[in-house]
Design a protein around this ligand. Sequence first.
Ligand SMILES: *[C@@H]1O[C@H](CO)[C@@H](O)[C@H](O)[C@H]1NC(C)=O
Ligand SMILES: *[C@@H]1O[C@H](CO)[C@@H](O)[C@H](O)[C@H]1NC(C)=O
Length: 373
Amino acid sequence: MSQSAPKRPNILVRASYALLRLGVGLAVFAYDYAFRIWFMSLIQFRLPWKRALSSPKVGRAAALEALLNQDPAYGKHRLFEVDGNTYHCVESGSSSGKLILLLHGFPQCWYSWRHQLKEFGNTSDYHVVAVDLKGYGGSFKPTASDEYTPYRFAEDIEKIVRALGHDTCILVGHDWGGIIAWYCAALRPAFIEKLAIINAPHPAVMGRNIALRNPNVSMWESLKQLYISRYIAVIQLPWPFHTIYMTWRNYEWVRVAASDVGQAAPEDVDTYVSSFALPGVASCSSAYYRSLLKPGASIDAPIHVPTVVIWGNQDIALREEVCLTGLEDIVEDLQICIIDGATHFCPESSHQRVNHLLREFIQKGNDIETSET
Ligand SMILES: *[C@@H]1O[C@H](CO)[C@@H](O)[C@H](O)[C@H]1NC(C)=O
Ligand SMILES: *[C@@H]1O[C@H](CO)[C@@H](O)[C@H](O)[C@H]1NC(C)=O
């Protein structure tokens, strides 16, 4: 089922594409950041640079200790190697159980799965592993862009499963972790028994819907999604723009995202800011978004593994209609579960509901009936 890498388009096409990305990125950067924030800051009589410098630094050292190697509250910390590169993970349950591999999103780390580590790790039925994706937390932080292609992601995850001592797994991904899980299911399905996606778009389906190539998606929805996603244009800008953007005003971006977690305690916000502030994370997490707009990122191979999509319908970053419409065309065995009132970060903010749905899906036999939204 694996496909070969796509041919590279010619130099002229690549050059015009790069110029277009630069132009759009600069325009959005100017609109959103250089102008709007500066102007708002003037209104508040607070200059942005003054505020950035005076923001209190969180208790980063302590938070990092807990995050990377100390706190056993959610499981055992472990470092392992794949092709000479180090990954960090937290694991619970028993290594003889079935592997549940949890892939976090942006701008997070393994910690976003703490409730699932507890929920599924209290018996020996499962080996629950929340891994820091490459570029995040305690894992290695590569800068080369060919580390961030769909083929590479899919290969990495398969090797991680083997390094953890398993041949197959139940793959669970949220946000960027979900996109990577979609890539795995499309390109390397053999190691996936079941696939659970939480608030993550399938790049090919979302691309088609945004481009209005599906009559069932309204232009209004597509425009709204484009507007919400405009930050992706800024991230396409070369260094140092994307790093400035990611770390702007003492990681305001991460703070806002972490606060959306709902019941996020101040310590949790500190935890996410600390992990995002690790050297290299801002630029590696940009590389994920930069890969999304490169030719060949939109993999639309049919997916045959049993799949559940769990969707908090109060997601402020992803429009349900744009992300889910037409998904059934490429996912053969699909069940969609909408969680009413849940946010983008529902593995944390609505963990009881998410855990319940995951458990039902994991325990169900292989003959899953398809249901609709
Ligand atoms: C494990 O946790 C789940 C959910 O909290 C619970 O239903 C189950 O009974 C627990 N199992 C054990 C052995 O504690
Ligand atoms: C649009 O939705 C209708 C009704 O759900 C469905 O029959 C049709 O195939 C969809 N069209 C496309 C292009 O997906």
